[in-house]
Design a protein around this ligand. Structure first.
Ligand SMILES: [Zn+2]
Length: 136
């Protein structure tokens, strides 16, 4: 059993006992939970201190986005420093390396869908990375 602090639309607070969270949600949806004071069925669970802590505030979401962006920028920087930019020649270069025509190295570049298909058929491993626009 779990207990929820509930509040009706008129601001009355009361305790509700439920088998589990699903039971609470089910009964809430079916409007089976009624305020014992005014019988209002628009009842919401009042967040406990715990759930307030667990929830994300809008400012936390902002910093999450910033962190995401920082990691994307780091990845791009790593690619720039460690992978040779072969531009549109990515597929031909990858094939050359595959057949030991050229030395194996890290390359990055762009390829068409047809070229990617060829690489796949040749069993060449590559990964695609969507490069987001980082205009601020
Ligand atoms: Zn009420």
């Amino acid at each position: 059993m779990i207990v929820y602090d509930l509040q009706c639309a008129n601001g009355h607070t009361f305790e509700g006992w439920f088998e589990d969270r699903n039971a609470y949600e089910h009964q809430g949806k079916k409007k089976l939970i009624a305020c014992p004071i005014c019988s209002d069925t628009s009842v919401v669970a009042v967040p406990s201190t715990f759930s307030i802590k667990a929830g994300t505030t809008s400012s936390e979401k902002e910093s999450d986005r910033a962190a995401d962006r920082a990691s994307v920028e780091k990845t791009l920087e790593f690619l720039e420093n460690n992978f040779e930019d072969v531009g549109a020649n990515f597929a031909p270069e990858a094939l050359k390396m595959h057949y030991d025509v050229t030395e194996k190295r890290n390359i990055r570049g762009t390829s068409t869908e047809a070229e990617e298909e060829t690489l796949k058929n040749e069993g060449i491993k590559f990964f695609k990375l969507p490069i987001p626009r980082l205009d601020s």
